[in-house]
Write a protein that binds this ligand. Structure first.
Ligand SMILES: CC(C)(COP(=O)(O)OP(=O)(O)OC[C@H]1O[C@@H](n2cnc3c(N)ncnc32)[C@H](O)[C@@H]1OP(=O)(O)O)[C@@H](O)C(=O)NCCC(=O)NCCS
Length: 147
């Protein structure tokens, strides 16, 4: 099931985070997760009490754009559709909050992530040069939520 994260999920969230990202990809710390759990929609995919993935969505009250800040799935459970379910939850949550567009940044060499975003209808809008700490570039991708 997909539900909002709570502080009991921290251990699983940090495990997923640390195997998915490093400092060059803005890996979130315990403090970062605690902050977002309180302030922003952070959804987890849970089965039998274990967390297998998460998505963090940012919604600003003065904007019609939602932003996927981060998404990651437990390494041993990738390719099973978990990120797809989390993305679909993000779209419906953003729509329910009156957002018209959803955007994200992704490393230009993260082909698996780019594939899933393209599959869900995101298009490339621009390149952010040296966006990451290791000076790697990012694609900005976005998708309209209303047609
Ligand atoms: C990107 C990520 C979240 C995908 O999670 P997932 O649960 O494995 O994704 P899904 O099983 O829902 O896959 C859906 C689609 O993603 C793409 N995809 C995912 N993994 C892929 C792989 N190893 N090879 C090719 N395409 C892949 C495909 O388009 C796939 O659709 P298909 O099954 O019809 O081919 C996961 O690989 C991950 O956690 N990566 C590390 C963190 C990361 O890079 N996050 C994105 C930051 S912008």
């Amino acid at each position: 099931m997909i539900r909002f994260a709570n502080s009991k999920d921290l251990k699983d969230l940090l495990e997923i985070e640390n195997e998915s990202f490093d400092d060059n990809s803005f890996a979130m710390s315990r403090q970062n997760f605690l902050y977002h759990i309180k302030k922003n929609p952070l959804f987890v995919y849970e089965k039998n009490g274990k967390i297998y993935g998460y998505v963090l969505l940012l919604l600003r009250s003065n904007s019609k754009k939602a932003r996927i800040y981060s998404i990651a799935v437990d390494k041993s459970f990738r390719g099973l559709g978990i990120a797809s379910k989390l993305l679909e939850k993000s779209f419906s949550h953003a729509l329910n909050n009156d957002k018209k567009l959803i955007k994200l940044e992704v490393r230009i060499d993260n082909t698996n992530a780019i594939k899933i975003y393209e599959k869900y209808g995101f298009s490339h809008t621009k390149i952010l040069k040296a966006y990451y700490p290791d000076k790697s570039d990012a694609f900005v991708m976005q998708k309209a939520l209303l047609f």
